[in-house]
Design a protein around this ligand. Structure first.
Ligand code: SF4
Ligand code: SF4
Length: 187
């Protein structure tokens, strides 16, 4: 896809915010494309990792924060391992996802964000994944009430999911971890 800069609103402070939060210097990126060449989700995304970085350098805030490509990253770290400049691209994409949730723009992949939040809520409340909690939270918040419901009876019969979730011991320690992360993220 071609991006016409003439039609775009450029926000010079966007690059600065990403750099501050991620601790990375985006000026180090010289667009060699090595990160993109090893990305396992490249075939499924519109914006490659090096392209996202270039767009942040240019200040294309809305285009980056509303694109669903940033939500498709699996955080596998291949790009980090390949970058000749040692740029932490995974951290940059984490930062973009954080800013996307805090911004006035609508995140590009609401379904992914809903799943992401349902997963984290589960971990926060039980200290481990609880399938019923995850399914319930995701189905209600995404509006897709029947997603995976066809498979639920089979999972019950096989004892793969339980109606009585177990919490890990000393869950309050985990709560402190979440509280600290929220403090760092400025929530
Ligand atoms: S961490 Fe994300 S952007 Fe980097 S190679 Fe893996 S999937 Fe691609
Ligand atoms: S590998 Fe590093 S220097 Fe090369 S395009 Fe990706 S981020 Fe930029």
């Amino acid at each position: 896809m071609r991006w016409e800069l003439a039609d775009k609103a450029l926000h010079s402070d966007f690059r600065q915010r990403v750099e501050e939060l991620s601790g990375q210097n985006l000026g180090d990126c010289y667009q060699c494309g090595k990160c993109t060449a090893g990305c396992p989700v490249l075939a499924d995304i519109e914006l490659s990792p090096n392209r996202i970085i270039r767009m942040i350098q240019l200040g294309l805030e809305e285009d980056v924060l509303t694109n669903e490509s940033v939500w498709c990253c699996t955080a596998c770290g291949t790009c980090n391992g390949r970058c000749p400049m040692g740029i932490d691209i995974v951290h940059i994409l984490d930062t973009v996802r954080l800013l996307s949730q805090q911004s006035k723009y609508r995140p590009g992949a609401l379904e992914v964000l809903t799943f992401y939040q349902a997963f984290l809520n589960c971990i926060r409340h039980f200290g481990r994944l609880n399938e019923i909690g995850l399914m319930g939270s995701y189905n209600i918040n995404s509006g897709r009430l029947l997603t995976n419901m066809v498979k639920a009876p089979w999972f019950f019969m096989k004892g793969k999911i339980s109606l009585s979730p177990h919490k890990i011991r000393r869950i309050e320690r985990l709560e402190r971890v979440f509280a600290r992360i929220e403090e760092i993220e400025g929530k």
